[in-house]
Design a protein around this ligand. Structure first.
Ligand code: FES
Length: 95
């Protein structure tokens, strides 16, 4: 199915199965690997993204649920100078 949404400020349209998670859509169909898979069951937060401004575990969200909505991943979070912001720099510094 076609899933259309706004990803990091850009209109995005992706053909993907309806039964995959938003996490797998982002990583496997779009290639944004900044969102990580840890537990895969909603306990660790490694897969966190913003969905319409709300922090969600993308491993628990079905990809079609992103349709028509705004998703922000770690790649979409930037400092005012366009470089890494404090949060990203901490991820870089501490793996
Ligand atoms: Fe652990 Fe999603 S991978 S909460």
């Amino acid at each position: 199915m076609k899933i259309e949404f706004t990803l990091n400020g850009h209109p995005t349209s992706v053909e993907a199965p309806a039964d995959i998670s938003l996490l797998h859509l982002l990583r496997d169909y779009i290639g944004l690997t900044g969102t990580k898979e840890g537990c895969g069951v909603g306990e660790c937060g490694a897969c966190s993204v913003l969905l319409d401004g709300q922090l969600v575990n993308s491993c628990l969200v079905l990809a079609p649920q992103a349709g028509g909505r705004e998703v922000v991943t770690i790649e979409g979070v930037r400092g005012t100078d366009g470089g890494p912001n404090d949060l990203q720099q901490n991820f870089i510094d501490h793996g």
